[in-house]
Write a new protein. Sequence first.
Length: 468
Amino acid sequence: MKRGSKLLILCGVLVVLGACYFGVRQLTADPDADEEGIALAAPEAPTQLSWTDDSGTLTLESGEDGWTWTDDAAFPLDQTVPEDMTAALSSASASRQIDAPESLEDYGLDEPVLTISALDKDGTEYTYAFGNLNDMTGEYYLLYNGDESTVYLMDSQLYDAFSMDLYDMVEMEDLPEFGSVTALSVEQPSGSLALRYEEDSSALSYNSSKHWFLEQGDSLLALDTSKVSSLTSAVTGLYWQSCVNYDADAEELAAWGLDDNAAVVTAVYTAAVDEGEETAEEETFTLRLGNSGTDGTYAMLEGSSMVYLISTDTADSLRYASYASLRSDSICTMDWDTVDRLDITLDGTTYTISFDVTETETEDGTETETLYTWNGQELDSTTVGNMLSAVNSLTATADASGSAGEEPLLTFTFHRNTGDDFAELTLTLYAWDTGSCLASFSGEGSRLVDRSAVTDLTEQIQALFEEA
């Protein structure tokens, strides 16, 4: 090996050894420190807390009504923050100390990253200046009460307690403990949407399991229960991501889209109650939704001046809700127990299936069975059941614009035992294009379905009556 290369290696080794010596010296400067640490006195009941970092200085004061921010006593300060700070001060201790440090710069204490000041009730000030983080121990170097003759090593508890920006300390407004939502509306410049829950829907829909409806003029349009439940959960599961302003003015609200351009969401609900308590009265919750950014969507409670960020997915689910997004994907979900007779028209021929319910007494009670007959012949119940399931399984692939303008491929007329309400309903299927058929169901509007599903249904019907 060349002599010059050996010298370079030796120099490198000396540098590493020097760094290790400096680190070991810092860690072992006080071998007499006990395991409980070195106590650093703090005010028992501070009247003022102040801290400075690279973003500036924040000061809190204690008074008769609790802690306040000195710049604005109206700031909604979370009282647990100064309480946690006071607790961290009272338990502050160093793990070891370095006497007569050669240079404060070596420890980052020539320009501290965080300086804490606490005033006692008699005006005595206690200061804690934090420098660099020791990567080997996970502790910070500290100057206590400005004494530059001693450097301490302290864990991050006190540092973390005071690593607060103003809006880290804000007490955000409470959201309701929602029970059940009974109405939901969204009003915005582009239009409005109003939904309501009806416990007894027998007079409103052919399917009594549907309870949510869209108000459209004087009409009520049935909606999919699970889809509405997902929409209402956007309200009942709402949470604030962060607060961006506690006292927004008109100019700021306009910039965030929370002026007249806001979407206004109103939910009528009953509050959650504990078991055994009386049912709560209905209450109203109103939320304004503004612009969306990279961190979320601006939102605020109606009548408040506090502005928050919420999930943009939550906001969008509310302001972009529509009849198309909330109606059921199923074309027809018939309760076959309500059907007495079914007319099927295919290729110009109408077939009428009668649904006759028989009861048989058994050892376990009464068994009910439905017999399907056509022209006095009993049809195979499994084959008919499969065909009826196929009718209920027809699923919309898209909304249709316009009309088919042709003779229908298939028509189903349901004669039901429901009295005057929805006693006769009709489902008509038309050819649309190579991949779709148009389905028109009584009162539900026209939608497209997969053509192969209609072809399969047609083949089932043909086979059913060919076998009979």
